[in-house]
Design a protein around this ligand. Structure first.
Ligand code: ADP
Length: 665
């Protein structure tokens, strides 16, 4: 048969190669390099900005100084003009004095005559001015105003000063020079704004790059951001060099560094955790895949049908064996609710009743029923139901294993039929053994009938017959004929092959019907029979013929065992007693003899088929007896008789309703 379509377990995707990590790794690399590049770029931009700022500020300072010098030059030119026009003496001194005091970068103002002699000299009274006063060089004769080179006071290396010479002309005649002396240190102190000085070291250099003045109130410059600016003055060139006290901007503020590091570490860790997690999952998936494959192979190879149902009775799973059994593909069964397509219509009631029990949570753990194949064929099944429990211990449905027991049933039937045949043959054999006895037994009534008939005939012939005599003879003949008929009937019923059928049976029934046959044998062997039936015994549900066969076998064995027993001890005793000791009340039948007993070597094989110690024995008697007793739900045992001989004993379960009253009785 073609296997019905069966849902296969989806194949898991194969493990992906390592390059699938490439993209995330690339992205993370990109992210990290961006994160690291950004502060660096920010630092570069910041330094660029700072440099530009410094250049702009330096320019601004240079302009300021230049502007101040220009203003001073203007005022000196005015004074020069005034001097040339005859403004001298005390008035000029006052005027110069005001100028010196109001311009703190100016240390001194002096007037020299045409021959270079000092005419007037005003200073700010500072030490610097005093130092300058002694340098006393005559000013050069110039056409236009001009600055001197920076110079230190005579005999000293610092501080530096710078003169501004304004030649005085009266018309075309040179009449002298106005000399303004600047303290270069003060020029820086006064002309450079404080906010600029705070952030920068400012150095003034002469033509030869010698520092002639310096202002570093904000601390020494770091040499990172520097700028030089020429301060071109007539007759002189000074350079203004600024050097910021600020260092290179830090690559990253520590918080930023910390967060970048934390972020990177966190990212790396989470990647690692993800990788580990994925690996674990892959391993678990692999194990699961193996498990599933193993289970699928197992389920597919099973001969037993498997069927799972949820709590509402809907089919959730069937294995191929089940589909094969009922001949319906899995996809037609899964999700189906009763009535099922494999339910035989005639047994619907039984199924429904069982199904409602399943719904109520009371599934019968094991039962036999009949299923219907798709081709209409019925087959017996044995079903085991067990609860289906999920991982939390909650019941989610029922799992049933279904066995097709058609073959077993057939074998059982065959076995039963053979057993019956065997029993019947055994009965025939028994009768064969009894044949001569039977013939003898039948001979007696037949002879009696014959003599009664002959006697009656003679009476009729002789004309002596009266009605009473004839009636008596015929009645006796009829009685003998009945007796013979009874023997024949009992032989017939005993031998007839038939289905076992049970009926309620009293021990009296059993013993009475059997007794004629038993006594036949007993008499032949000069054995006395004793029967004891305990009063008030319950009936048993039994097959009369089978039990007769058992008793006949046991009594025959007992009689044969007493062949060599002293005649006075040749007693066959049959008893029936109640036994309430077991789980169920029963009747115990014993067959007791005083025979030769059963030696150990015989005992071991006693119930084996075809075991016999007798020359013409078949060896099936006890084997059949035991099967027959067990068929009735009883047991057959034997024990040595304390008075010599053997006791064979078998029990038969009492009829339930009678057992209780019998025990009470
Ligand atoms: P068979 O009677 O044909 O030999 P059985 O199965 O009835 O077959 O008995 C098997 C053997 O058991 C007998 O041959 C005999 O040796 C022994 N046996 C059976 N019943 C008795 C008994 N009551 N006393 C002694 N031996 C017995």
């Amino acid at each position: 048969m073609n296997r019905p379509a069966f849902p296969s377990i989806p194949a898991f995707p194969a493990r992906k190669p390592h390059w699938r990590w490439l993209l995330p790794a690339l992205l993370i690399g990109l992210f990290l390099s961006t994160v690291l590049w950004l502060p660096w770029q920010a630092q570069r931009m910041e330094s660029g900005e700072r440099q530009e700022q410094l250049i702009a500020d330096t320019l601004w300072v240079e302009q300021t100084i230049r502007f101040q010098f220009a203003r001073d030059e203007e005022s000196f030119r005015l004074i020069a003009a005034e001097i040339a026009s005859g403004f001298t003496g005390a008035k000029l001194r006052d005027r110069l004095d005001v100028v010196v005091r109001s311009n703190r970068e100016l240390s001194r103002l002096a007037q020299y005559d045409a021959s270079g002699h000092l005419v007037l000299d005003v200073d700010d009274g500072s030490t610097a001015a005093a130092m300058v006063a002694v340098h006393g060089n005559p000013p050069p004769v110039l056409k236009i105003p001009q600055y001197s080179n920076p110079f230190p006071p005579p005999g000293r290396r610092a501080p530096f000063f710078m003169d501004y010479y304004v030649p005085l002309y009266a018309g075309e005649t040179f009449v002298g020079t106005l000399v303004a002396t600047y303290s270069l240190q003060d020029v820086l102190a006064e002309m450079v704004p404080w906010w600029f000085a705070q952030d920068n070291e400012i150095v003034m250099l002469d033509r030869d790059e010698n520092a002639v003045a310096k202002r570093d109130s904000g601390g020494p410059g770091r040499g990172v951001y520097t700028h030089s600016r020429a301060l071109d003055l007539p007759g002189n060139q000074l350079t203004l060099r600024t050097n910021s006290v600020k260092g290179t901007p830090k690559l990253m503020p520590s918080l930023l560094v910390a967060s970048v590091i934390a972020l990177s570490v966190g990212l790396a860790w989470s990647l690692w955790a993800l990788w580990r997690d994925i690996n674990r999952r892959l391993a678990a998936e692999g194990a699961l895949r193996q498990q599933v494959a193993f289970r699928t192979a197992m389920e597919n190879s099973l001969m037993t049908g498997l069927r799972a149902r949820d709590l509402e009775g809907r089919v959730t799973y069937v294995n191929p064996a089940f589909c094969d059994m009922v001949g319906i593909p899995a996809d037609e069964l899964i999700g189906k609710r009763p009535p099922m397509p494999y339910w035989a219509p005639e047994a619907l009631g039984e199924y429904q009743q069982r199904f409602s029990q399943v719904l109520a949570g009371r599934a019968t753990p094991q039962y036999e029923t009949v299923f219907l194949r798709a081709n209409g064929e019925r087959f017996p099944v044995l079903i085991f139901e067990s609860p289906l429990v999920d991982e939390t211990g909650r019941q989610t449905g029922w799992m049933g294993s279904i066995l097709d027991i058609s073959d077993r049933k057939k074998a059982e039937d065959l076995n039963r039929r053979q057993q019956e045949k065997l029993q019947s043959s055994a009965r025939l054999a028994t009768m064969g053994e009894l044949a001569s006895t039977l013939a003898h037994e039948l001979n007696q009534p037949l002879a009696a009938i014959s003599s009664y008939a002959t006697g009656a005939l003679n009476l009729v012939k002789n004309g002596k017959a009266n009605r009473e005599m004839l009636e008596s003879a015929l009645e006796k003949a009829a009685a003998q004929a009945q007796r013979a008929g009874q023997i024949i009937r009992s032989v017939h019923t005993f031998v007839k092959r038939r289905e076992p059928s049970r009926e309620p049976l009293t021990m009296h029934d059993l013993f009475n019907s059997l007794l004629p046959l038993v006594e036949l044998q007993a008499r032949e062997h000069f054995v006395a029979t004793q029967i004891h039936i305990a009063p008030g015994l319950p009936r048993v549900l039994a097959d009369r013929v089978l039990l007769e066969q058992v008793l006949l076998n046991l009594t025959r064995n007992a009689i044969e065992a007493m062949q060599h027993t002293a005649p006075e001890r040749r007693i066959l005793r049959m008893t029936a007693e109640a036994d309430a000791a077991g789980v169920q009340a029963s009747v115990v039948v014993s067959v007791i003899d005083h025979g030769h007993g059963i030696p150990q070597d015989v005992a071991e094989r006693l119930f084996s088929p075809f075991f016999s110690t007798k020359a013409e024995g078949m060896g099936m008697g006890l084997n059949i007896c035991r099967t027959a007793v067990e068929f009735h739900g009883g047991t057959l045992v034997y024990a040595p008789n304390p008075q010599g001989g053997t006791i064979f004993r078998f029990s038969l379960p009492a009829l339930v309703e009678e057992a209780a009253s019998a025990v009470q009785g």
